[in-house]
Design a protein around this ligand. Sequence first.
Ligand code: RP5
Length: 164
Amino acid sequence: MSDETKAIQVAVLMGSPSDWETMQHTSAMLDELGVAHECHAISAHRQPAKLHAYIPDAEARGARVFIGAAGGAAHLPGVLASQTARPVLGVPMKGWSTGGLDALLSIAQMPGGVPVGCLAVGKAGAKNAAILAAQIVGVADDAIAGAVNRFREAQSTKDTSLPA
Ligand code: RP5
């Protein structure tokens, strides 16, 4: 999914390869906005050492924002946030039992002191995580800010007329 020596602006992590079906929409949106990124499936509970090693490596390569997607107990975004002071955005996956409500609450209900910005469940959250990450990066990057503005302008002027 990525070249681990490259410079990145956003690191996208997910708890399982099974999350990719949803999180491909994050990657596609980041591509559309010209945001350099990479995607990895690294489980917080199955691969804790790998996750621990990845975070400083991604920071050293320029990652300004981390996106974490997980389903079920969904602790990946919280664990990410525990190990970086850079902004962490969480995307709840629909999972297998409660339509994503479990992950939504798990990601949103971080105790005070270690924030995770929680997006909507599923595809909408995946897409919005990319846009929000680009907005954060865009604060200090005019090219990305311009891409976000063009995206919003195109969305605003899109033909919304209904079939006759
Ligand atoms: C979470 O458990 C993952 O983020 C995924 O959403 C869910 C199921 O994972 P798999 O059992 O499909 O690997 O950790």
